[in-house]
Design a protein around this ligand. Structure first.
Ligand code: FE2
Length: 386
């Protein structure tokens, strides 16, 4: 028996086998990065991005293989992990990919069932269901591979009252820069290689029960020089959104190809984090040294009333401030959105962040793609990789 369920919030229609979603997801649990020096990376994310010290695991807590620093800001949790010796398998990942996202962890009711349902449909196992315990209760985790060497870990924490996961201690620090107003993860984008996007889309449909609710072809995402294609995947309740990009042929090198070259394979391209006051957040981030892509030409800002149409009256932000901060503005049927992209946060031109404020719009800033990519191309030109 199948049942059509309409997702009111995102207008998604999804056909479930049986009465319910086989992989119900409650939200993003955490994002884990493998980095060369977690202690220093943690300082950067606290100072520059306003994350707070949250939990720690390492030599002092009895973990001899690696050190992990957990940082939090509102609902966002990031984990920075570094191996403590040459014997750790994490080194291979680091040598190949550089600093980057290893784990996109998803919060679930039942991690064992999540593993069984996805593996039965063909997902490659990364971690068998594992129970971890301490005096605060127990957590069950399991994991599967997604694109490249990136993994999804399912986290079941309904029987846990501790700080993060068993084995972690609360991390108290004397250095506590304030938050910059980042609230939650809006979406996370994956880059895959030539001809691999549809395969990846099919993987999310089959193995995880996601639906493709927006697609952009290379004619929509193109500049004079380079192009890419993108399909946005969403889970049933719309809380988890993963756009998937692949390079497309242009006169010069696609930014997606540049990523794949430097990451040496598919991986997470950007993490979009939501704020409800982008002007305040971006002013704060800039003051703390976060580097953003340069502003599009003035004509882009003159054209905003055309792009916003009926939503222009709703817009409260001062256009001069928006332009000065290089924030981009786009609209869809339901409202508008403000967004801005950082430069890559590592020396390899790989992972970057997006800051986004949605004012009703559900899209991903398609109207900004051209301006954005021209800005990325100016950076590629400087790197000699265009
Ligand atoms: Fe994005």
């Amino acid at each position: 028996m199948s049942k059509v369920v309409k997702n009111v919030e995102y207008g998604l229609e999804k056909i479930f086998e049986g009465a319910q979603d086989f992989l119900p997801l409650l939200g993003t649990d955490y994002v884990e990065f493998y980095v060369g020096n977690a202690k220093q990376a943690a300082h950067f994310y606290k100072t520059a991005f306003g994350f707070q010290s949250y939990a720690y695991k390492g030599l002092e807590t009895g973990c001899k293989d690696y050190a992990s620093y957990v940082l939090a800001q509102d609902k966002i949790r990031i984990v920075l992990t570094t191996p403590l010796s040459s014997k750790s398998p994490i080194n291979e990942h680091l040598a190949k990919h550089g600093d980057g996202v290893k784990v996109i962890a998803l919060w679930v009711e039942d991690a064992t069932k999540s593993f069984e349902e996805t593996v039965k449909r063909g997902a490659k196992p990364f971690m068998e269901p594992t129970v971890e315990k301490d005096e605060h209760g127990e957590v069950v985790r399991s994991g599967i591979y997604t694109y490249g060497e990136t993994v999804h870990i399912f986290v079941e924490r309904k029987n846990y009252k501790g700080i993060f996961l068993p084995g972690y201690s609360a991390w108290k620090s004397d250095y506590n820069p304030t938050s910059v107003g980042l609230k939650f993860i809006d979406h996370m984008v994956g880059n895959v290689g030539w001809g691999e996007m549809n395969e990846c889309v099919k993987w999310y449909e089959e193995k995880m029960g996601f639906v493709n609710f927006l697609s952009f072809d290379d004619k929509q995402i193109t500049t004079e020089y380079s192009a890419l294609m993108s399909k946005v995947m969403s889970n049933g309740n719309g809380r988890i959104k993963f756009p998937i990009n692949e390079p497309a042929v242009g006169k010069k090198k696609s930014q997606i190809e540049e990523y794949i070259d430097f990451y040496e394979g598919p991986g997470c391209q950007h993490i979009a984090v939501a704020t409800d006051d982008i002007i305040k957040t971006v002013m704060e981030l800039r003051a703390r040294g976060v580097e953003f892509l340069s502003a599009p030409p003035h004509a882009y800002y003159e054209d905003i009333p055309n792009r916003l149409g009926k939503h222009m009256d709703m817009m409260k932000e001062d256009m001069n401030v928006i332009e000065k901060l290089a924030i981009l503005v786009d609209a869809d049927e339901e409202g508008y959105l403000l967004q801005i992209f950082t430069k890559p946060v590592e020396d390899r031109p790989t992972l970057f962040f997006e800051i986004i404020q949605r004012m009703g719009a559900k899209g991903f800033g398609a109207g900004n793609f051209k301006a954005l990519f021209e800005s990325i191309e100016r950076e590629q030109e400087k790197r000699g990789t265009l």
